[in-house]
Design a protein around this ligand. Structure first.
Ligand SMILES: [Zn+2]
Length: 389
C-alpha cells in the first residue's frame, strides 16, 4: 500500500522565505547579498543567524537551529513536529482535498518557485557582470606583480607558455560582510584568472590578492595590531576568492593543439608547478587548474559504513568538472596538504566520472609529499639550492 504524496509538501517548500520570516516574527534580519542575516530567533546575538534566499538553508553559528528548507525552519523556530509545521505553513489538509483546491495550491506553489528561481538567476547574472567588469579592468600580467609573484613561487618564465587566462589588477577591492553590510577591508594588486565552462566561455573570475613583501607573495590581511585577521573558526581570511559560478569550469592555463592528455591540480600554482616540472612524456599535455577539490570530484555516492566512497553520483543540481572529449589521459595532482583519504576518494570519484563518459580514458592520481602541495615542494627545493650557493 502506498500513500499519495501530500500536495502541501511542494507548496510548503516553495513558500517565499521573506514572507515566512514575517509570519514567524523573526526580528532584526537584514538582507546582505543573497542572505538574510541577523540575531538568532532562539539564542539572540547580532549576526549569528542567516537564511539563504536562494537555497532557503538556514544556520545559527551558536545553537542547533539549522536546516535546509522552510518546513525545517518552522519546526526549529516554533518547536513543532513535521506534520504540525506543515499544517502551520499550508493550513490543515482537508480530509478529501477537492481536486480544484489541489490544483490551485499547485499553481500557487509553482508561481512562488518561479519567482524565487528568477531571483537566483538575477543574482547569478549580477555576479557574472561584476566578474566581467573586473576582468576588463585587468592588464596583461607580464612585468607586473603577477609575474613577480609567480617568480617568488618558483614559476619563473612560465607566463609565455600560457594562454591569456591570467591578468593583473592593480587595485582590486577586498570586501567582507560586517554585520549587515559589505565593507572594503583592503584594496591592492591581485592576480585574476578566468574560469571557463565547457562551452569555452568565461563563467567565473578567480582572484588572488598579492603582497610581494609577504614570504609566499600572497596578501595577509592584518588588523590594526598587525596580527592576521581570523574568522570565527580561527582561520586566516582567504585571499583567494571566486566570483560567479565556478562549478563545471576550469582555469585553462595551457592547451596545446592536438593534445590528448590533461594534467589538473586544484590551484593555479600547483598546476603550473607540474608544468614547470614536466614529467617525462608529458611535454605536450594540457595544464588546467580545477579551482577546488569539490569541483574536480563532483557529488559522491553515500555508502553506509564508508566515509568517502570514491564513486560518482549524478546530481544535476551540483554541476562539476568533466573533461572534454579529446582527453584520453587524465592526471589529477593530489595535494598533500588536505586529509589524504578524503582527498584521494574525491579525486577517484572525479576520474570514475570521466571514465563513465569515456570508458577508454586512462586516469592517474599523482600524489605529492604529505603535508605539502606541489608548489611548496618546488619552492622548498629552490630555497635549498640558494642556501647551498
Ligand atoms: Zn541560535
Amino acid at each position: 500500500m502506498s500513500f499519495p504524496e501530500d500536495p502541501r509538501l511542494d507548496e510548503a517548500k516553495a513558500k517565499d522565505i521573506a514572507g515566512l520570516v514575517d509570519r514567524l516574527a523573526i526580528q532584526g534580519l537584514a538582507r546582505v547579498s543573497h542572505e538574510l542575516i541577523g540575531p538568532c530567533p532562539l539564542c539572540g546575538g547580532n549576526d549569528r543567524f542567516g537564511i539563504s534566499l536562494t537555497s532557503k538553508a538556514f544556520n545559527c553559528r551558536r545553537c542547533d537551529l539549522k536546516g535546509g528548507d522552510t518546513i525545517a525552519l518552522v519546526m526549529g523556530v516554533l518547536n513543532k513536529t513535521f506534520p504540525h509545521a506543515l499544517d502551520w505553513i499550508c493550513g490543515e489538509l482537508p480530509p478529501d482535498l477537492d481536486p480544484k483546491e489541489a490544483e490551485r495550491r499547485r499553481t500557487l506553489a509553482k508561481r512562488d518557485r518561479e519567482r524565487q528561481e528568477g531571483y537566483a538567476e538575477k543574482q547569478r547574472k549580477r555576479a557574472v557582470d561584476m566578474a566581467r567588469g573586473i576582468w576588463q579592468e585587468g592588464l596583461a600580467p607580464e612585468g607586473t606583480a603577477v609575474e613577480f609573484y609567480l617568480n617568488l613561487r618558483g614559476l619563473t618564465g612560465v607566463l609565455p607558455r600560457l594562454s591569456k587566462c591570467l591578468r593583473f589588477h592593480p587595485n582590486l577591492p577586498y570586501m567582507v560582510k560586517e554585520g549587515q553590510q559589505w565593507v572594503e577591508l583592503h584594496r591592492g594588486p591581485a592576480m585574476l584568472a578566468a574560469v571557463q565552462s565547457q562551452q569555452e566561455r568565461a563563467m567565473c573570475l578567480h582572484r588572488t590578492w598579492l603582497d610581494l613583501k609577504e614570504p609566499g607573495g600572497k596578501l595577509v590581511l592584518r588588523g590594526k595590531d598587525g596580527n592576521p585577521i581570523v574568522d570565527d573558526k580561527g582561520k586566516r581570511l582567504k585571499v583567494k576568492k571566486t566570483l560567479g559560478s565556478k562549478r563545471g569550469g576550469a582555469i585553462r592555463l595551457r592547451t596545446p593543439e592536438g593534445t590528448d592528455t590533461l594534467i589538473m591540480g586544484e590551484g593555479i600554482e600547483t598546476t603550473l608547478t607540474a608544468l614547470i616540472a614536466q614529467p617525462s612524456g608529458m611535454e605536450a599535455a594540457a595544464y588546467w587548474a580545477g579551482v577546488d577539490l569539490g569541483n574536480m570530484a563532483g557529488p559522491m555516492q553515500k555508502i553506509q559504513g564508508v566515509k568517502h566512497s570514491g564513486f560518482p553520483i549524478e546530481d544535476p543540481a551540483k554541476p562539476c568538472f568533466v573533461p572534454p572529449s579529446w582527453v584520453k589521459r587524465l592526471v589529477f595532482i593530489m595535494d598533500g596538504d588536505s586529509e589524504p583519504k578524503m582527498t584521494r576518494a574525491k579525486l577517484e570519484c572525479g576520474i570514475r566520472r570521466a571514465q563513465l563518459l569515456n570508458p577508454d580514458l586512462v586516469g592517474l592520481i599523482v600524489p605529492t609529499d604529505p603535508g605539502t602541495d606541489l608548489n611548496d615542494m618546488l619552492v622548498g627545493k629552490t630555497s635549498k639550492i640558494e642556501e647551498g650557493a
